[in-house]
Design a protein around this ligand. Structure first.
Ligand code: CA
Length: 223
């Protein structure tokens, strides 16, 4: 089945360029120029993935992302123009799956789209659960709970990070290994991205045994 990419961007030249790139890569490409329109599309004819620019007329991309998350779990990649925007995407609870900074290479963006689509297929077909010191990390349901407690659903990235640690429970993973595992080989993000996500996980899952191994990285569960 052909997958649909919805670009939300008010800059027509970027839209035209990406339209050609994605169609050539075998995707169906749709474009709209505002967050309000994007929400309507997601409700009526949901795409496979949304590429969401932050600087938009009307509601901005961050707000659009929050609103889409209230109605849908489809993958969202933010397009950011400035470092201050990256901090917002990474630090706020908007629920984006990934982000790229402008100017981006079209090839990199296509690779990111492939990666988020692959991940969303894997998680919907995988049936795996890992238990670490009473914490149950459920890949199938994409949630985490302690014992018989209520399940908590972290953002997609937070979950991927936790899952990497859970699969290697008791072992120390470096920030670089985690970046590679969660954001992909061609990800040029900084290691602070990992720290920000770990902080969010600890906040949401109070008492989760993620240990900071100074100068090395992180470990889930006792060694
Ligand atoms: Ca824009």
């Amino acid at each position: 089945m052909q997958e649909t990419v919805l670009l939300v961007e008010d800059d027509d030249s970027i839209a035209e360029m990406l339209g050609q790139v994605f169609e050539k890569a075998g995707y169906r490409f749709r474009h709209c120029a505002s967050g309000e329109e994007a929400l309507t599309r997601v409700k009526t004819r949901p795409p496979s993935v949304v590429l969401l620019d932050i600087g938009l007329p009307g509601i901005d991309g961050l707000e659009a992302c929050r609103q889409i998350r209230q109605i849908s779990q489809l993958p969202i990649i933010m397009l950011t123009a400035r470092d201050t925007e990256i901090d917002k995407v990474v630090g706020l609870e908007i629920g984006a799956d990934d982000y790229v900074t402008k100017p981006f290479s079209p090839r990199e963006l296509v690779a990111r789209v492939k990666a988020v689509l692959r991940r969303s297929t894997e998680t919907s077909t995988g049936r795996k659960v890992v238990e670490v010191e009473g914490w149950i990390i459920d890949l199938d349901r994409h949630h985490v709970r302690f014992g018989d407690g209520l399940p908590v659903t972290p953002t997609a990235k937070e979950f991927d990070l936790l899952w990497s640690l859970a699969e290697n429970a008791g072992l120390v993973l470096s920030r670089a290994q985690l970046l590679e595992a969660v954001w992909g080989y061609d990800y040029f993000g900084e290691t602070r991205t990992v720290d920000v996500h770990v902080r969010q996980i600890r906040k949401k899952l109070d008492g989760i045994p993620i240990e900071t191994v100074w100068g090395v990285g992180y470990r889930l569960g006792a060694s």
